[in-house]
Design a protein around this ligand. Structure first.
Ligand SMILES: [Ca+2]
Length: 138
């Protein structure tokens, strides 16, 4: 598996980067080292009380922002670096940001547990039509 160090991250952002790393591992349900659409949609559902539409919208937006190299899947470094860069560029403070990230992590974990309990089938039927068009960003 991957490299452990994330060299681009300044010291102040190590904490948030660690939470992002944990979150990535939660998102990467099959441990493949990348987040696929299925995994991203599942996470979106977990964060939006099981709503398929909201989950899909969430991940499509996230992926649009995170997939720096356009590979169609999200690697751990991409996931961490893009978000930390975003926080830095927007002048966010590391400590409260880490709190917010931790909260999202908890919610995600809780949502995953809930989905397990409800016995959500892993073999969801494929979407009727692929969401190929991205919302116009104007
Ligand atoms: Ca994966």
């Amino acid at each position: 598996m991957g490299k452990d160090g994330v060299p681009a991250i300044p010291y102040l952002w190590k904490g948030p980067a660690q939470v992002l790393k944990k979150t990535f591992k939660l998102l990467d349900a099959d441990g493949s080292g990348t987040i696929s659409d299925d995994e991203g949609y599942a996470a979106g559902r977990a964060l939006h009380a099981g709503s398929v539409d909201a989950g899909r919208k969430y991940w499509d937006t996230m992926k649009g922002n995170l997939d720096a190299d356009g590979s169609g899947t999200i690697e751990m470094e991409e996931y961490i670096n893009v978000q930390v860069r975003y926080f830095m560029e927007n002048g966010l403070e590391p400590t409260p940001t880490m709190g917010a990230l931790q909260e999202a992590y908890n919610k995600l974990e809780e949502g995953h547990a809930r989905q397990m309990q409800q016995g959500t089938p892993r073999n969801d039927p494929p979407p009727a039509k692929a969401p190929s068009e991205t919302p116009a960003a104007e």
